[in-house]
Write a protein that binds this ligand. Structure first.
Ligand code: CA
Length: 447
């Protein structure tokens, strides 16, 4: 027979765990087997009754902690609520979208574009609690010239343009009734080509060219000025060309040397400028030609160099051709770099004229303006640091200088806040919830 003897004196006090919880004891239990003189010892723990109170207290704390964690997880979608967005395009949403936005939330997104650009935003999705005057939940868009307030479903699908390079979108929710909120896309829109530089296409199928709406006259002399940047390169690099049925004017390196090619006459100009002269710093380059004496001059980095190519005397460029950056006829021959502010005049400027030429001097044949160029959008890069970047117009109406579609011509700048008001025909989605039932609306705020 076996028996268990608990020897109180052998109990080992482990220590008081908590003043309110009691003590925990550990006992040595000796198992005495009859007929044997030895004892087997095992350890058991004994915990006094007050331990349960201690346990409850700690479980409660853990539970509260877990509740807190869960709430934090819910609130975490409020992150990045106040932001300044400077990317050229993007999307932002209300907190927790497409789930309901949190109650009592206030957010502000400041869309910031470089000088010379406006911002265009589109409500991809929009649903807020609806109320007369949007007094509960609202989105306010400050376009610069005015402020427009939205709630309900009214903003869904709308596009708004700023009148300056800053646009502020504010969101507010009250304590009750939440909806899924909104998703808004935005993009910076260059007002003028003067704010953009252009990559010379390396792809055969892509062409940056003067618009076919521009009639290029017969030229017996010309001046072409542009700013150019690119890594020093060897091999071929055609910078621009004028093509009728055949390339009739080409400037650049066609593989052997830097040449100005007019018709079938080649004028080597490597002694005036080479591709290696072009660096990552954008530099003005002008090249002039006159058929009276065959003078070819290059103005680059402030120095004017001229030579005479008699084989071009009497040549003439015909009308009706296509003027392009690069050559666009053969893969891999184009200059690998960026061109900005390309302008063409029908006369050969003198060195003093070139030295005093300003970036905003208008080319009388081709100017650096959207109305003169057909530029695939992916080849134009906005850059506020360009030499002739324009200041932001005071109102969007000034953007009507875009006479033909181009990368810098905003597609729908005529969408004004006043026209939006008239499109307000979306049915109500109001809920009562103890609040006043209302009709859909949005509100113009005057500053
Ligand atoms: Ca609400």
């Amino acid at each position: 027979m076996e028996q268990i003897l608990i020897q109180e004196e052998q109990k080992k006090k482990l220590g008081q765990i908590d003043s309110r919880s009691g003590n925990e004891y550990e006992y040595i239990i000796q198992i005495e087997q009859s007929g044997e003189t030895s004892f087997n010892e095992i350890m058991v723990s004994y915990i006094s009754g007050r331990w349960w109170r201690w346990k409850f207290w700690n479980v409660l704390q853990v539970a509260l902690f877990l509740i807190c964690i869960a709430r934090t997880a819910v609130l975490s979608c409020q992150g990045e609520c106040d932001e300044t967005l400077t990317a050229s395009d993007g999307i932002f949403t209300s907190p927790c979208y497409p789930n309901d936005y949190p109650p009592s939330q206030t957010c502000t997104w400041t869309l910031q574009a470089p000088a010379g650009f406006v911002l265009q935003l589109t409500f991809l999705d929009f649903e807020l609690e609806e109320a007369q005057g949007c007094i509960y939940d609202s989105v306010i868009v400050n376009t610069g010239a005015s402020s427009v307030k939205f709630c309900g479903l009214t903003a869904n699908g709308l596009t708004l343009n700023s009148s300056t390079n800053v646009m502020v979108v504010s969101f507010h929710s009250d304590f009750s009734v939440q909806k899924k909120g909104f998703s808004i896309s935005y993009r910076q829109v260059a007002v003028a080509l003067r704010n953009q530089k252009v990559t010379v296409p390396q792809n055969f199928k892509d062409v940056v060219r003067v618009s076919s709406l521009v009639s290029i006259p017969a030229l017996s002399q010309f001046t072409a000025c542009f700013e150019i940047t690119g890594q020093s390169q060897t091999g071929s690099g055609i910078i621009f060309s004028y093509t009728e049925t055949e390339p009739h004017l080409t400037f650049g390196n066609s593989g052997n040397s830097m040449d100005l090619i007019i018709g079938n006459a080649t004028c080597p100009v490597s002694d005036l400028v080479t591709l290696a002269d072009f660096t990552s710093n954008m530099q003005l380059l002008c090249i002039t030609w006159s058929n009276t004496n065959g003078a070819v001059a290059v103005y680059f980095k402030g120095s004017y160099r001229v030579k005479f190519c008699s084989n071009t005397v009497g040549m003439k460029l015909g009308t009706g051709g296509s003027f392009e950056l690069g050559r666009g006829k053969k893969q891999g021959q184009n200059f690998d770099g960026l061109i900005y502010n390309f302008r063409l005049w029908s006369s050969a400027m003198t060195s003093s004229e070139l030295a005093t030429l300003t970036c905003d001097a208008v080319g009388n044949v081709v100017d650096w303006d959207n109305s003169f160029w057909d530029i695939p959008a992916s080849y134009a890069q906005t850059d506020s640091s360009l030499s002739c970047s324009t200041a932001m117009p005071a109102t969007t109406s000034q953007t009507t200088t875009c006479v033909s579609p181009g990368v810098g011509c905003p597609a729908s700048l005529t969408t004004t806040t006043s026209s939006i008001v008239n499109t307000n025909t979306i049915p109500t989605n109001a809920r009562t919830n103890g609040k006043q039932l209302s009709v859909p609306h949005f509100i113009m705020l005057a500053f």
